[in-house]
Structures are given as C-alpha cells and as structure tokens.
Design a binder for this molecule. Sequence first.
Ligand code: FMN
Length: 345
Amino acid sequence: MSLYRPIKIGSLSLPGNLFLAPVAGYTDRAFRSLCAEDGADFSFTELVSAEALSRSFGRYGLGSDDCAAHNAAVNTAVNLVRRGESEKHYAIQLFGGEPESIYKAALLLSPLRPDALDINAGCPVPKVVKNGAGSALMKNPSNLGRIIEAAVRASRESLGNIPVTIKIRSGWDSKSINYTECAKIAVEVGAAMVSLHPRTRSQNYGGRSDWSHIADLVSRLSVPVTGSGDLYTPEDAQKMLQETGCAAIMFARGAMGNPFIFSAARSLLESGKWEPAPFSARIAAAIRHLELLAADIGERTACLEMRKQFCAYTKGLPGGAALREKAVHAETIAEYREIAAAING
Ligand SMILES: Cc1cc2nc3c(=O)[nH]c(=O)nc-3n(C[C@H](O)[C@H](O)[C@H](O)COP(=O)(O)O)c2cc1C
C-alpha cells in the first residue's frame, strides 16, 4: 500500500495524509489556502486563545458582518480562524487551561464550520503555560481530560459532532515523559486523533525530535496518530511514515516559504521522485500570499507581516540576503512586486 493514503479521523474522511501543522505567525488563512492548492490534505489554524475568543466574540458572535465591520480587533481575530478560500478541510486549534472557557469558545465557532477542533497541549511559551494551558496541560493530565471532554461536549451540541483532536509533546521535560498517559486519557474521553511532536517542553524547538515516541504511541492507540518534528523535505516525510507507522505527518517549519512541499512529498510517496519548485514559483507564491493576506488584514499590516514570511520564501535563493534586506523596508504590495520582478528578471 502507498504511504500516501486516505485517513479517517472520527467521522471526517480525508483524501490523504499530508497535513500542514499549526505554526503561530505563519499559518494564516492565506498561507493555508496556498498549501491546500498545492495538495495539503488538512491544515490547522495557529493556536487561538479560548479566553480571548470568548471575550472578543461573545458580544457579537462570530461570522456576523456587524462584528467585522465595527471592530477591527475582532476582524483580525476572525481571520485567524476562518477557513481559507481553497481550504477543503481544516481544524481550528484552541488553547486554554479551563474546561469551561474551551467549551464556551468552541460553541462560538459554529458559524465557521471547521472540520475538526484541535486542542493545543504542546505550546511551550511562558505566557501560555503560566495559565495552565499548552504544554502545561501535560503536567495535569486529569485537567487535560476535562478540557477534551468540554470540547467534545461543545462539538456535539453545536458543531455537528466534528472530531476533537489533540496535539501533544513527549512530556514536560526528560524526567516526565508522559505522552502515552496524556494521549490515552484524551482518547478515553473522545479525542479522535493525537498529533505528537516528540520533543519535551524543555527542549522547546531545539535538538532532535525523538521519532521513537511516535512509533511507540502508534502501537498503543486505537485512533490515528499524526507525526510532527524535523520534517523539512519530502524524504523526511517518507522516512517518518515508514519508520513510525504513523497515519499522517504534518509539515511545520519545512513548509514555511515552501507551500509546494505537499505536492513534492506526494510525488515522492507515489512515484519515488520529486522536483523542487523553481524559485520563480516560490516568489510568485510569496506575492500571492501577500495579496491574499492584504485582502484579509489590509495592505499595510500584511506588508509588515510578510517581512518574516519573505525571509522563508527566499531562503536558499542566490542573492537572497540582499533581497531580504530590501523586503524589510517594503511597505506596499507594489514594492514587493518590484523586488519580485528583480528576482525573476
Ligand atoms: C514559530 C512556531 C510556531 C508554532 N506554533 C504552533 C501552534 O500555534 N500550535 C501548535 O500546536 N504547534 C505550534 N508549533 C509547533 C509545530 O506545529 C511543530 O509541531 C513543530 O515545529 C515541530 O515540527 P518541525 O520540527 O517539523 O518544525 C509551532 C512551531 C514553531 C516553530
């Protein structure tokens, strides 16, 4: 059987197993759309605070034109969680330390019709963990269970019973590796898929991820396991699927500035070969990304946001450093287009 294959997450059937991971500050709806066009089978919004969602949207409700027209902050937040133009299947990822706030936030998401609701139990950032959320949930597995339960209840009551999934790490630190315990608790109360980024919270994003944890978890769970960690090339994806037996993989840093990694990986899995996208295509994608982003959040903000993304799009490009230097001063789409034209010319 091909390593590229359909996957079922609870009631959700996906045509393939190459996913875009949640990456805060990068996987905006514009980028998710580009990845979907290239063949990402499923994608995740970046983590969104359940508390902040309830605060911002509680008054107007999500998806109402009123709230978008009258409140720029709400508009920006809506754009974080809205489905991308070309996205067929996506999950909204929430974080929070209180079951009740997860429940309330999840109820508010119903107008957006996500295909799944993902709970973040891996974020290492201090301002997230200090509230008992993100990877701090792994220090308190019973609360993690209550959080999943609350999400499942909200899904049943107002989201059409879409699957609830969870993304975890290996554990808090090397002395508390408890991915199996956390995953089992989550599945017992209804999680339909577990994504594992096999680094500890203490490792943050450094060092190597330990794929043996993914293989181990696959052997212990009845639901699909999605693997994450150090996936930079199509070969990495192939290797992770082969070595761990995971049902799906998710590209994170490997997809930044390279939405073409999905078709490349699929090509490798199906035909044994792939071609890297030419730089001209990557630069064209960067401009398209910028245009889509500007339609969502306005030209000026999009141009500022694009600076870091542009670094990713031009990584490895000969003369890229000089272009990045120009891009950090670009304030309009026209200026970005000029930079792109110079590359292509
Ligand atoms: C800048 C950055 C932001 C991230 N944001 C999120 C997030 O919002 N939610 C989440 O579950 N994981 C997040 N992650 C983790 C990734 O989804 C992924 O699990 C991790 O980067 C390991 O994969 P990689 O080594 O292939 O990049 C983030 C990672 C990075 C580098």
